[in-house]
Ligand binder design. Sequence first.
Ligand code: FES
Length: 224
Amino acid sequence: MRFLCETKVLAVEEMRREGERRWLRFIVSGLAEASPGQTAFFSESRHSPRCRIATVETVSEKRTVLVAKCEADDLAPEPGAALTVWSIETPAVSVGAGALVVTTPSFLYRVAPLQEHGAAILVETPGQDLWQDLRNRIGKDDDWSSVFLALEPARLEAFAAAFPEANPHIFANMDMSCGVGACRSCHVNLRDDGEGEASCRLGPWFALRRVDLVRLRFASAPFI
Ligand code: FES
């Protein structure tokens, strides 16, 4: 169920900065129906259509914290500004207790809030043999249904080659324009559905075996 909420920006904090690129925390009023780790959107009023992607970090009765990346030419909302925030319509898959989410240090801020739901996070580090680490964790059961890979498409292709039978979920990290399923800018090409699916409606998690990974490589946004 999609939430749609008029909020007010109470404060803005910089989490980190690399050159002109910034990662910001927006503390907004309300949004009690949001859930940590959920992908959310907000509009940037000077562009039309244009929506920005954020992740719900924490939720409390009166205020919610969103985290988002801002490029040099992005117009970040200022404290005091009104902000319309909405969510993905109906995520096809939810991450909950017992899930293992695999990601990189640079993308951790997008998935770390899922720990609130009982998910464990595995962050890939330089020199780590990630595939062996996963093999050890999955064991003989070979059940990948609770594994969620938030990794670049090239890494997913390497995973698929190393584990031809495995079918974990993958994070489709797409740039979005409308955020409501109308513009096709975020469509994920699927092997079993020629129309594909709008990530802003049903994403961001898709079963790996459904996704055309080569086309995803060319459509994906960087995992930063
Ligand atoms: S952003 Fe327009 S269809 Fe998803």
